[in-house]
Ligand binder design. Structure first.
Ligand code: PLP
Length: 392
């Protein structure tokens, strides 16, 4: 049996550790190759060339060409840029945006902001599995609709959206289609051309790359404005000296993620399904959130009635296990997750949800350890719960 690491990390949807190959690829760009990519001498050219290489390589993973990739500081910036830019550039065509109720706040808050500026936003419902209602989406389209923004896969419950169908609807109606692929990229096959995706957001730290770097894919027919004004970096769309080491990091991480991902996904899905099966067999009354079939290979979102997810999280943390809760903390008050509520879950149950997201470094021994400890915690907490006693 392999020796277990002191920490069992099952929160890869929150962030991932850098792979050693990624660190190694980045290191020279902090020291020897520190030239400013805009500089005209050889040292600058080296930095410039390596950025071009990463752009081309990343574009290939999306089935497109290099000139469509713009580097940003991460998923949040890419989402902000995509949505605000379309709103501004296509204002003469209309002021209506369609999104879903289960988007990340990096999309929802931007839409809410735009509502204060005179834009109208329709927030599409999802079904119990977290899939967007395509009929409602189709029916929501107006002559003034300029943008549809629907995430590729959900960060809390892992449900994968029917992106190709949404892309087809958007294309047929001449509407720009943006997708937040922060959780999907690196795990799923994405082809922006076949799926009619006009704008796509990605973050480096979700794919075993560095924090503070991401990119926005922009289709060739899409108008985007200058996001940062200043120098002529990123074809005058995002001024500021490039984060060369970060760009090399996300490039190398993307390359690794897309090489051999089919084999890695089979392993991840095997571990995921094993974890789900053990939980369902050994902990009474649990249920899995999200789609069973259209689900990210690494996501397990489970509702464990009669136990507060935050208490479970704290107990597991004390044993060296990192998981997350299916609720978002805002201003010190824990609110039920907007994703779970949109899926029709009642508020009490939404506080009983924990999310575990696997990474390729996790092992079966770790999964066994986590299920054993989780079962013990749940049994302990339920023994102390008057509601559970009444229920039984
Ligand atoms: N979109 C989704 C779906 C996410 O899960 C996250 C981060 O959790 C973001 C956007 C924000 O990405 P970043 O942390 O790179 O700003």
């Amino acid at each position: 049996m392999k020796k277990m690491k002191p920490l069992v990390y099952l929160d890869h949807a929150a962030t991932t550790p850098l792979k050693q190959e990624v660190v190694n690829a980045m290191l020279p760009y902090f020291s020897e190759c520190y030239g400013n990519p805009s500089a005209l001498y050889g040292l600058g050219e080296k930095s410039r060339n390596v950025i071009t290489e990463q752009r081309k390589m990343i574009a290939k993973t999306l089935g497109t060409k290099g000139q469509n990739i713009y580097f940003t500081s991460g998923g949040t910036e890419s989402d902000n840029w995509a949505i605000k830019s379309v709103a501004e550039q296509y204002r003469n065509r209309g002021n209506h945006i369609i999104t879903s109720k289960i988007e990340h706040h990096a999309v929802l808050r931007v839409c809410e902001y735009l509502e204060t500026k005179g834009y109208e936003v329709t927030y599409i419902d999802v079904d119990k599995q977290g899939k967007v209602d395509l009929e409602q989406l189709q029916a929501s389209i107006r002559p003034t609709t300029i943008l549809i923004s629907i995430m590729y896969a959900n960060n809390e419950v892992g449900t994968i959206q029917p992106i190709k169908d949404i892309g087809r609807i958007a294309k047929k109606c001449g509407i720009i289609f943006h997708t937040d692929a922060v959780q999907a990229y690196g795990q799923l096959d994405i082809d922006v051309e076949k799926e009619h995706i006009d704008l796509l957001s990605v973050s480096g730290h979700k794919i075993f790359g560095p924090k503070g770097i991401g990119f926005l894919y922009v289709g060739k027919d899409v108008k985007i404005g200058s996001w940062m004004h200043g120098g002529s970096q990123e074809r005058q769309k995002r001024a500021g000296t490039e984060n060369v080491a970060g760009i090399v990091g996300i490039g190398r991480a993307a390359e690794i993620a897309y090489t051999d991902r089919k084999r890695k996904n089979i392993i991840l899905m095997g571990l995921r399904d094993y974890l789900i099966q053990r939980i369902e067999q050994e902990i009474p009354y649990v249920f899995i959130n999200g789609s069973r079939k259209q689900r990210l290979p690494n996501n397990i979102s489970v509702c464990i009635p009669f136990v507060e997810a935050e208490t479970v999280l704290a107990l597991l943390d004390a044993m060296g296990i990192c998981v997350s809760v299916g609720s978002a903390c805002t201003s010190r008050q824990t609110e039920a997750s907007h994703v779970l509520l949109a899926m029709g879950m009642n508020e009490n149950l939404a506080h009983n949800v924990i999310r575990m997201t696997l990474g390729e470094e996790n092992t079966k021994e770790e999964v066994d350890f986590v299920v054993d400890k989780l079962r013990e915690c749940v049994e302990r907490l339920r023994r102390m719960s008057p509601n559970y006693e009444k229920f039984c």
